[in-house]
Write a protein that binds this ligand. Structure first.
Ligand code: SF4
Length: 193
């Protein structure tokens, strides 16, 4: 079994409910959307077997994998998740919510960008909903989104530079709608990946 992998790196999760936790990021190539603010290079990739990937990540001694992209569900299957589960890994995924998530994932972050009305049908429940927000964007309608206990607004950055007006806008939205909380891309603020 092969996956087309854009990059593998070891760092701390910088945003959302698992912020600060050591994690092995496996960025899979390809995405099915083309968001204007996308800050990720996900086109290139090399084919790797699951054994190759395991050999590469084993040296980190960390039990958490984060499947990211691109859109990782374009390649990730139940069998892939099962392979790494059997090796003892916990697995998180960061998905745009346009496709269902394989069985066996331990932590689902859903960041819908388009087709909001289909997300709940595809993924009924998630660990966190995380929305990139820029000044003027409306608050998402949670009645059509997956159920969760963690609703997060993530102010859009300019590459690695914080955009204060987006942060201020998110803060004012959250004060009016306290179900939501702020999620900053702290990895960019502290200069890690
Ligand atoms: S869904 Fe994510 S990875 Fe894909 S284009 Fe949008 S921001 Fe980039």
């Amino acid at each position: 079994m092969n996956l087309t992998v854009n990059e593998i790196f070891y760092s701390l999760q910088g945003e959302g409910g698992r912020t600060g936790q050591a994690s092995i990021f496996i960025r899979l190539a390809k995405c099915n959307l083309a968001c204007s603010y996308c800050d990720t290079d996900f086109e290139r990739g090399v084919k790797m077997t699951l054994e190759d990937i395991h050999d590469e990540i084993e040296e980190y001694g960390c039990r958490w994998i984060i499947w990211t992209g691109g859109e990782p569900t374009l390649q990730l299957t139940d069998a892939v998740v099962s392979f790494f589960r059997e090796k003892g890994y916990l697995q998180a995924i960061e998905t745009n919510g346009t496709r269902s998530v394989p069985a066996g994932i331990d932590y689902i972050t859903c960041s819908p960008k388009q087709h909001f009305e289909k997300v709940r049908e595809l993924i009924p429940e998630v660990d966190e909903l995380r929305f990139p927000i820029q000044k003027g964007d409306p608050l998402p309608d949670i009645s059509i989104l997956p159920k969760t206990e963690r609703y997060l607004l993530s102010p859009i950055f300019d590459d690695s530079t914080i955009i204060q007006e987006n942060v201020d806008y998110c803060i004012s939205l959250i004060k009016k709608n306290p179900l939501w909380a702020l999620s900053l891309q702290t990895h960019k603020l502290i200069g890690i990946r």
